[in-house]
Design a protein around this ligand. Structure first.
Ligand SMILES: C[S@@+](CC[C@H](N)C(=O)[O-])C[C@H]1O[C@@H](n2cnc3c(N)ncnc32)[C@H](O)[C@@H]1O
Ligand SMILES: [Zn+2]
Length: 370
């Protein structure tokens, strides 16, 4: 955790926010290991005497979630997993545990996302395409984005971090990548501190090849990665002019809460870049919470795009603002599963601007006069 990002983003206690809707600041109380601006291991404490919740910083990554015990219990095997074993020994452990184990799932996710995010840095392999579909998606979304007010950027659901690095490179402003997956952020953090990546790329079945190569970006000193729940962002209102949220909407238990949480932390005049393939699945999101994808007898005929419009207008009313879709298009996003299998998504890609409700009324009047 960079001290500079701690000062800038000034996170609130997720427990106080979640349980009492109270903004209590967090204080860096213990530093067990640090390296220049980074706190590698330590803890943050809630400043409210009635709460005093503790949040650890592990491998440079602060864990700022309201349900810390549940999170740590669910992630303990990943947090405690060794990073120093040889490819051969990890391969043997992988064969023993199988693809359906938590180790198998973690390896598959890292393989898919690390490959898509950083394959273009792996020089000299003529068999792999040299583009990253997530960079293409981001570039397309940024093409016609309205000029942004100054301020720090949030990259929600950043996984192994490519978009966070790209945003810092392009906008030269602090970027905070957040995610709930410890192994993915550990990978992002390795790039931040060591300028290289090591991961296992799935070839076939349970066979993985160790991939290691340098990865470098300009302005990476402006980037940090934290574990936070995107549906309960622990930040004050209006801290960011730009929130990037690619391919997360259909991965959370409440897409509505995700959008509310993002809209709340956005500045007026700022934008969200949102994309989703609307690949709804009850294992990630209960059907009642899907945005479209059911009830085709209704006015919107189950179309996620139309339902999203309606949800944005509801959130605008709730937060006393207008969430206006500025641009929308479709764009390809590819997730590699193994050597002979990739999933090609056609994502709905939108930029949404947060405006004051009053400003929209003025614009409405101007249109009538014209
Ligand atoms: C489909 S992946 C997309 C990753 C990346 N944005 C990309 O497009 O390559 C969804 C990401 O959202 C993260 N995620 C899911 N639920 C989350 C939550 N409640 N808060 C923060 N991140 C979450 C997952 O861990 C995962 O990294
Ligand atoms: Zn607290």
């Amino acid at each position: 955790m960079r001290r500079s990002h701690l000062d800038l983003f000034a996170p609130n206690c997720p427990v106080c926010k979640h349980l009492f809707n109270r903004n209590s600041s967090l204080q860096l109380v213990h530093i067990f290991e640090s390296d220049q601006d980074h706190v590698i291991e330590g803890s943050l404490h809630c400043s409210d005497i009635n709460c005093q919740s503790e949040f650890p910083i592990i491998d440079g990554i602060p864990i700022l979630v309201p349900n810390l015990r549940e999170f740590i219990a669910g992630s303990a095997s990943v947090i405690l997993s060794r990073q120093d074993l040889s490819e051969s020994t990890v391969s043997l452990i992988g064969d023993c545990c199988g693809n359906n184990s938590s180790m198998g799932t973690t390896r598959q996710h890292l393989s898919s996302y690390a490959f898509d995010h950083y394959q273009d840095f792996k020089a000299g392999d003529p068999n792999v395409p040299v583009t990253s579909s997530i960079v293409d998606l981001l570039e397309k979304g940024l093409e016609d984005l309205a000029p942004l007010p100054a301020g720090p950027i949030l990259d929600v659901g950043c996984s192994v971090g490519r978009t966070s690095f790209e945003l810092a490179q392009r906008f030269r402003t602090p970027v905070l990548g957040i995610d709930l997956n410890f192994s993915m952020l550990r990978c992002a953090h390795q790039i931040l501190r060591e300028r290289k990546i090591d991961y296992d790329l799935r070839r076939v079945g349970g066979v993985y090849d160790r991939i290691s190569h340098p990865v470098q970006f300009e302005n990476s000193e402006l980037v940090d990665f934290w574990i936070c729940d995107a549906m309960a962002l622990p930040f004050g209102e209006g801290i960011s002019p730009f929130v990037n949220c690619l391919n997360v909407l259909d991965c959370v238990s409440s897409p509505l809460n995700l959008l509310i949480s993002i809209a709340r932390v956005m500045q007026f005049g700022g934008s969200i870049l949102l994309s989703s393939p609307y690949d709804w699945s009850p294992s990630a999101t209960p059907v009642e919470a899907w945005i479209g994808g059911h009830s085709q007898r209704s006015v919107n005929q189950g179309r996620s795009e139309a339902q999203l419009d309606q949800v944005l207008s509801t959130i605008g009313n709730l937060l006393n603002c207008k969430l206006t879709v500025q641009q929308q298009t479709n764009s390809n996003w590819r997730v590699r599963l193994h050597e002979r299998c990739s999933v090609d998504y056609d994502c709905h890609l939108l930029s949404i601007q947060k405006q004051t409700a009053q400003r929209m009324e003025c614009l409405g009047e101007m249109n009538v006069q014209l």
